[in-house]
Design a protein around this ligand. Sequence first.
Ligand SMILES: Cc1ncc(COP(=O)(O)O)c(C=O)c1O
Length: 383
Amino acid sequence: MSPLLSEITPALRTFLDTSGAPTPFVVVDVDVVERLYRELCSVLPAARALFAVKANPAEPIIRRLAALGSGFDVASPAEIDLCLAAGAEPSVISYGNTIKKSADIAYAIERGVRTFTIDSPEELAKIAALTDEAEICVRLWHDCGGADWPLSRKFGTGPAQCERLIRSALAHGFTAGMSFHVGSQQRSPHAWDTPLRTVGAIRSSLRADGFDLSFVNLGGGFPGSYTDPVAPIADYGREISDSVARWVGTDMPLFMEPGRYLVADAGVLRAEVVLVSQRDIDERRWVYLDCGVFHGLAETLDEAIAYRVRASGGSGPLTSVVLAGPTCDSMDILYDKNDVRLPSDLSEGDHVEFLSAGAYTTTYSSVGFNGIAPLAEHYVNAD
Ligand SMILES: Cc1ncc(COP(=O)(O)O)c(C=O)c1O
């Protein structure tokens, strides 16, 4: 965790103290996004960053990152348009979703995007039917062990099929690289070693036949600062650089796709207490907020992401509570097993803040479940 960024910045504090904005909302400090971008690039200088837009597609963030020279990992035509409108060149936009409609691939090609991720021959065939000029990124499967928010099973394929796909892409006249994702909120800086070893073996096999990879994309997984501690980002940079040198070679162009790392610690989510109840079915108090699983806090499902939760109302001793959202859905429980402690005199109207909530909150909010409006968003230090 970056000590500088692990708490609420003065600009965020001023907003929280003075804006009077109705809850629930997320407020993001765009200067913090820039600091995190610079920090990550400095610990992994060999890798070009492609911000994973899905983590927070807000225009002030995309614009700031585009101005800093970041590229972008996008999942849809709408995200392509967002990046182009913010000044990004199509050549630095990578269409990283392995599941794309042909019409969406065509849309991307029309706008100059050339890099497409695939993990199946069927997806390669869709691209080959539309263009002769693509850069194909073949995604290697990873079990995502050590990650709090795994991305396994749905994406990637095994080493043998990866190599076959690369050879097919090259035979079609495309260039080809490889990617993998070690799982989001990856808590082991060593997690990149095994996939890089596999990438190195595939590279050697290709080179034996006079071919080569044109790049390796290290994916995302760099962590935000939640309750469970994480290693300093410099450890990630050092471990990954060592593994690249050991298995792949330092001559290989590298990309990375940070999402969470660049935006999580830049944001705070504020919710309001709707009800504190003591029912005879439970020894603990239940604290119900005006924001829950369906309004931005989806990553609390299975209690996967353990936000640091602070009350700004109440002054009594901290006691254990069950924290829940406001909807008529029993999935809408944020923390039951995780030990969240809030002041004993917390009551309706008090505020509760979720730190490091700048990633995967606004876009995970439903548009009107139970008639509740989507999570509001605000940006400070925006250009
Ligand atoms: C293809 C791809 N790249 C990068 C990311 C960003 O991952 P993270 O937020 O863990 O950095 C994701 C997240 O889902 C992804 O799907």
